[in-house]
Design a protein around this ligand. Structure first.
Ligand code: SF4
Length: 497
């Protein structure tokens, strides 16, 4: 890894208030892709703020830099946002001030090194129709174009977030009706999104016409819930009802206490993000009624069919690769073992360590279990290879612990193209699969053998019917086939930044 990359990663982790040392896979040291944001919404429940707190907690893996909840009781907004984990941002006193039966809430991950409270969501705007709160997950691929146009016409932007672009489009609409104004705004934007809009009397949920980002609706008694993942419903005792459909717009009216199903655009080529199934979503979540853990197990089984190797044990890189490793072990009959253990208690520290200590920190976070792997031929399952630095570190951990062979199997195709739909990915020149052959990657990560799951194997494992292009998935980071228009101004990553 170049010094430049090391420095930028160190900066990315330092927020100015704490060193976000990360306890999960969204960790700069481990060079993984980062999901950037999760949304949660409640309509028609007297404890909307508390439900949002627990919902956000379940979505914490989708964003760890800031959290926020905006609640309304039908007369005005009560909201709180701050930098930090959900448990750091909220306490009982704060939640006690968030009185109301309708809420939208957000967790966010930033790629920026500086603390950006201004970008913490929900973003709150005042326009001629009153107060407007917006929370979103995703990225608008024509946001820069629209922003330049609006700025030329005199608009002034307070944040660098795409969400503010949508707020300006709503504010400039000729329609006084917020629903018509939102529809008009959404028809002008391209990209991937799950939007929650809130006024003092309405909550509106909308998903992009391709359904790129996951967005689900649940029920809790008579209340409606919305979330990026179904695991948030389990956390509040709710149940999954259905996915928000691509191009759909759901309007919940506080005065009437009811929901209207509407749409702002027809469904286009359906393209749910394949990486949600491979890596981002929690294993206990379902997307389009397909359980993530089960899909990952099938990926592991398929990987075994495509790339069997004789070995003594199978191990998965915790946490996101364990399901695929179990599938690989089941298919081959090679025992699954906990050859790698993640230390869950490293957490955050207020001390910014030197680079040397950060390198040592890798070993604090992930250990190879010597008594399990010593003298063994190990199949190591991982979900993806980004720059290759993570894989090299983990292969070396296993070798230092005495593994005689390390065969790496990846439960996704080579990651070769950046994501414009809300996932923080490095530039193409930093993606090892875009620069090297598979044999060169094998050498770079010091593995005895290396295989990636085929795209067909991946899509078959997820299990959606084979009736649409790519079985209704986005696979652009593998095949460069982006489902929306990408321009030179389109920005990689997340629109909340
Ligand atoms: S480009 Fe890759 S990470 Fe981005 S939405 Fe498509 S499948 Fe997901």
């Amino acid at each position: 890894m170049s010094d430049e990359i090391k420095t930028s990663q160190a900066q990315a982790l330092w927020t100015g208030r704490f060193y976000n040392d990360g306890i999960n896979s969204h960790d700069g040291l481990f060079d993984k892709l980062r999901e950037e944001c999760g949304v949660f919404g409640v309509f028609g429940h007297p404890d909307a703020a508390s439900l949002s707190y627990y919902g956000l907690h379940a979505l914490q893996h989708r964003g760890q830099e800031s959290a926020g909840i905006c609640v309304t009781d039908g007369s005005g907004f009560n909201y709180h946002r701050d930098m930090g984990l959900v448990k750091e941002v909220f306490n009982n006193d704060i939640l006690g001030t968030l009185v109301g039966s309708s809420a939208i809430a957000h967790v966010r991950y930033s790629t920026a090194g500086e603390s950006k409270l201004a970008n913490a969501q929900p973003l709150i705007f005042k326009y001629r129709g009153g107060d407007l709160a917006i929370a979103t997950n995703g990225n608008l691929t024509n946001a820069a174009e629209i922003k330049h146009d609006l700025e030329r016409q005199g608009s002034i932007f307070q944040t660098t977030s795409d969400t503010e672009v949508v707020a300006h489009l709503i504010a400039r609409s000729q329609h006084d009706d917020i629903v018509l104004a939102v529809k008009e705004a959404l028809l002008k934007v391209d990209g991937a999104y799950a939007f929650l809009f809130q006024t003092k009397d309405k909550l509106i949920a909308a998903r992009d016409p391709h359904g790129l980002r996951p967005f689900v609706m649940g029920r809790l008694g008579n209340a409606y819930l919305f979330a990026s993942e179904t695991c948030a419903f389990d956390a509040v005792g709710g149940t999954y009802y259905r996915d928000v459909e691509p191009g759909e717009l759901l309007v919940l009216d506080i005065a009437r206490g009811s929901m209207t199903e509407d749409r702002f655009a027809p469904i286009q080529r359906r393209a749910i993000c394949a990486m949600e199934y491979i890596y981002f979503a929690r294993p206990d979540s379902d997307i389009d009624a397909i359980n993530i853990h089960s899909a990952r197990k099938r990926m592991g089984r398929q990987l075994a069919l495509e790339a069997f190797v004789d070995a003594d044990i199978v191990t998965g890189v915790p946490d996101s690769s364990i399901s695929a490793a179990i599938g690989y072990a089941e298919q081959t009959g090679i025992p699954y073992e906990l050859g790698l253990i993640k230390n869950r208690y490293t957490g955050r520290t207020f001390i910014q360590p030197s680079q040397e200590l950060r390198e040592q920190g890798v070993k604090m976070k992930l250990s190879a279990v010597r008594s399990i792997v010593a003298g063994k031929r190990v199949v190591m399952i991982d979900d993806s290879i980004v720059r290759g630095t993570t894989s090299l570190r983990i292969v070396n951990l296993l070798r230092e612990a005495g593994a005689t062979e390390v065969h790496v199997r990846i439960s996704s195709p080579p990651f070769m193209n950046p994501c414009y739909y809300g996932i923080d990915t490095p530039d193409r020149k930093e993606l090892i699969a875009a620069q090297k052959s598979i044999e060169e990657i094998r050498q770079a990560i010091n593995a005895d053998s290396l295989h990636f799951l085929s795209k067909e194997g991946l899509l078959g494992s997820i299990g959606r019917p084979n009736v649409e292009l790519n079985r209704g998935h986005c696979t652009a980071c593998f095949d460069n086939s982006y489902p929306t228009r990408i321009t030179e101004e389109s920005e990689v990553g997340c629109g909340c930044d």
